[in-house]
Design a protein around this ligand. Structure first.
Ligand SMILES: [Zn+2]
Length: 108
């Protein structure tokens, strides 16, 4: 089956229609599917930053919660992306974005 090229309605990239869903490319599908987990990750990450200086026990517990959220991100990406290498790249991107987010969140 040959597939035609379409524009992703989010990022505007041209992608094979077979890779799109709701006119979204795979990258954008993954990014959107991460929204709630990324918020959760950001919340935990900020919490850990707050505790870091004075409550070591809590820091360990929060680190485990963060690891669980990251596991859920990984499995959600694997549900969307059948290509394993691609899934790995996208997970890396999402994790970097989630972990880097704390620098852009203000007033917390
Ligand atoms: Zn896109």
């Amino acid at each position: 089956m040959s597939s035609i090229l379409v524009f992703c309605r989010d990022c505007g990239k041209q992608v094979p229609s077979s890779e799109t869903k709701d006119q979204l490319c795979l990258d954008c599908q993954v990014r959107r599917s991460m929204a709630d987990l990324r918020d959760e990750h950001a919340r935990l990450w900020r919490k850990r930053e707050r505790y870091r200086s004075h409550e070591a026990a809590n820091v360990g517990q929060i680190a485990r919660q963060i690891a669980r959220v990251e596991d859920r991100m990984a499995s959600r990406i694997r549900e969307l992306v059948s290509n394993e290498r691609r899934a790995g790249e996208l997970l890396q991107r999402e994790l970097e974005a989630a972990r880097g987010q704390r620098y852009t969140i203000k007033g917390v």
